[in-house]
Design a protein around this ligand. Structure first.
Ligand code: IFM
Length: 453
C-alpha cells in the first residue's frame, strides 16, 4: 500500500484550531440519481438535448447516493470532517403545486439525522442549479415569480428540517446559473443572451434576499448566507489598458453578484450595457438583496487573465506554460490568497467559509489505489493559501473540499473527476484516493493537537 503523507499546516495555524471547520461538499443533481421520485428539472432536459454534455451522460443514476446514502455517511465520517455540505433538490421535496413530496423530504431528514448522530454539522444549499422544469417552462429565472417560488420552497425546507441544519446557503454560484445558463448557454437551460443573463442574475439575487427572510423566520438558529464563486481577474500585461480590462472583467463576472449583496448596487460596468441589456430593478429590490448574512461562502478554483478588447472592454487570454488541472484551469494558489485579502479589504464581509476548492485530475485506479499526485499538491498549496490569508487578517472559519466523491460534472459529464473518493460508475464502489487519506491524516493530527491542549 502506498504511504500517503498527510496535508500539513503550521501547528499554530488557525486552521489547526478545533473551531475551524473542515468539510467536504457535494450537490444533489451531481450525486443523487433516482430521478423517478422527483420532478424533472432543467438539467434533465439539458442532458437529453444532443451535444450538450461532453460524454452524452445524464444524472439519472449519478452516484446512486439516494440508495447508498448510509454508506456515504460512513465514508464522510471516516474522513474525520466537521462538516458535510450538501444541496437539496427542489423538485425532490416539493411537488409541482408546491405541496411537500414526503418521500423526498423524509430522505433529507433521515440523512441529516444520521449526520447529527456522527456529530457532523450540515451546510445545506437550497439551490445548486436543479430548477424544476415546470418553472423554467414559465420563464425560469427570467420570471420574477421564480424568486417568490424559491422563497416558498425555502420556507418549507426551513420548517421541515428545523434544527438539523447548521447553516443554509440560499444559492450556489449564481454566476453559473445566470451567466453560464442564460448568457452563454453552456449550462442548463442553455439560453444565449446578455440581457437574459443579467435578468436571471437579478432574479436570483432577489430570490436569495426573499429566502433570507424566510430562513430568519423559520430557522432562526441556523446561520444563513450565500455561496459565490470567484475567478480573480489578472491583467495580461503591465499596460494601463489591460489593468482596466481586468477590473472590468472582475466587475462583470465577480462583483456583479457580491456588490448588490454588500452595497445594494451593481458595479459600474452596468453603464457599459445597452439599456435593454440591463436588469429591471424594481423599487425595494436592493433592500431585499442586502439582507444581512451570517457568512459568505467562497468557491475558488482558478484565476483568469484578460487583455483590453471585446464588446465590454475585456477578453480572455489563455496563457501558456502554467500548471493546469484536467479542466484546463490554471493552478494558482497565490491568486486565492490575494482574492481573500482583496475582497476583505474592499467589502465589509461577514465571516468567510471556503465552501468549495478542489481539482479535476485524470485519475487512474491501480492495484486498488488512486494516487492523485496533482490533486494532493493542489489541495496542499490551497490549504496553505487559506492559512496565509488568515495570517494576513482575513476571517476564514472553514474549508470544504470539492468534492466528497467523483460525480456528474455538469457539461463535462462523468469524465472529469473532482472527488477525494473515487467512484467506479459500473459498480458504484467507492475508494479513498490518496488525497482523501492526506485529508484524513491532517484532520487526525488536528484532533491529536486538540487533545494535547
Ligand atoms: O462541480 C462544480 C460544482 O457543482 C460547483 N462549483 C464548481 C464545481 C467544479 O466545476
Amino acid at each position: 500500500m502506498t504511504h500517503v503523507t498527510p496535508f500539513t499546516l503550521p501547528r499554530d495555524s488557525r486552521l489547526m484550531n478545533k473551531d475551524f471547520l473542515f468539510g467536504v461538499a457535494t450537490a444533489s443533481f451531481q450525486i443523487e440519481g433516482d430521478y423517478q421520485h422527483r420532478l424533472p428539472n432543467i438539467w434533465d432536459t439539458f442532458c437529453a438535448t444532443p451535444g450538450k454534455i461532453a460524454d452524452g451522460s445524464d444524472g439519472k443514476v449519478a452516484c446512486d447516493h439516494i440508495n447508498r446514502w448510509r454508506e456515504d455517511v460512513q465514508l464522510i465520517a471516516s474522513l474525520g470532517v466537521d462538516v458535510y455540505r450538501l444541496s437539496i433538490s427542489w423538485g425532490r421535496v416539493l411537488n409541482q403545486d408546491g405541496s411537500i413530496n414526503r418521500l423526498g423530504m423524509d430522505f433529507y431528514i433521515a440523512l441529516l439525522d444520521a449526520l447529527r448522530v456522527r456529530n457532523i454539522k450540515v451546510f445545506v444549499t437550497l439551490y445548486h442549479w436543479d430548477l424544476p422544469q415546470h418553472l423554467e417552462d414559465n420563464g425560469g429565472w427570467l420570471n420574477r415569480d421564480t424568486a417568490h417560488a424559491f422563497a416558498h420552497y425555502s420556507r418549507v425546507v426551513a420548517q421541515e428540517l428545523g434544527n438539523r441544519v447548521y447553516a443554509y446557503s440560499t444559492l450556489n454560484e449564481p454566476f453559473c446559473s445566470a451567466y453560464l445558463g442564460y448568457e452563454v448557454g453552456v449550462h442548463a437551460p442553455g439560453h444565449q443572451s446578455r440581457s437574459q443573463g443579467r435578468t436571471a442574475a437579478h432574479h436570483l439575487l432577489l430570490a436569495h434576499g426573499l429566502a433570507m427572510a424566510e430562513l430568519r423566520r423559520f430557522a432562526p438558529h441556523a446561520k444563513a448566507g450565500i455561496v459565490l464563486n470567484f475567478s480573480p481577474a489578472y491583467p495580461h500585461s503591465d499596460s494601463a489598458e489591460d489593468a482596466y480590462a481586468a477590473r472590468q472583467a472582475h466587475e462583470y463576472h465577480n462583483l456583479w453578484y457580491l456588490m448588490p449583496l454588500m452595497q445594494g448596487r451593481y458595479p459600474e460596468i452596468i453603464d457599459r450595457l445597452a439599456p435593454q441589456e440591463r436588469p429591471e430593478i424594481q423599487p425595494g429590490d436592493m433592500d431585499i438583496i442586502t439582507a444581512e448574512m451570517d457568512y459568505l461562502g467562497i468557491n475558488y478554483y482558478t484565476r483568469n487573465v484578460y487583455r483590453a478588447g471585446g464588446e465590454l472592454g475585456f477578453e480572455d487570454v489563455r496563457i501558456d506554460n502554467v500548471p493546469r488541472t484536467a479542466m484546463d484551469w490554471e493552478i494558482c494558489p497565490d491568486a486565492f490568497t490575494e482574492l481573500l485579502k482583496d475582497l476583505s479589504s474592499e467589502f465589509a464581509l461577514p465571516p468567510i467559509y471556503i465552501t468549495e476548492n478542489g481539482a479535476a485530475e485524470e485519475d487512474v485506479m491501480q492495484d486498488g489505489e488512486v494516487h492523485d499526485t496533482m490533486r494532493l499538491a493542489y489541495l496542499q498549496s490551497h490549504l496553505l493559501a487559506v492559512h496565509q490569508a488568515i495570517e494576513a487578517g482575513v476571517d476564514v472559519q472553514g474549508y470544504f473540499a470539492w468534492s466528497l466523491m467523483d460525480n456528474f460534472e455538469w457539461a463535462e459529464g462523468y469524465r472529469k473527476r473532482f472527488g477525494l473518493v473515487y467512484v467506479d460508475y459500473l459498480t458504484q464502489q467507492r475508494t479513498l484516493k490518496s488525497s482523501a487519506k492526506a485529508y484524513q491524516g491532517l484532520l487526525a493530527q488536528r484532533q491529536t493537537l486538540g487533545q494535547q491542549e
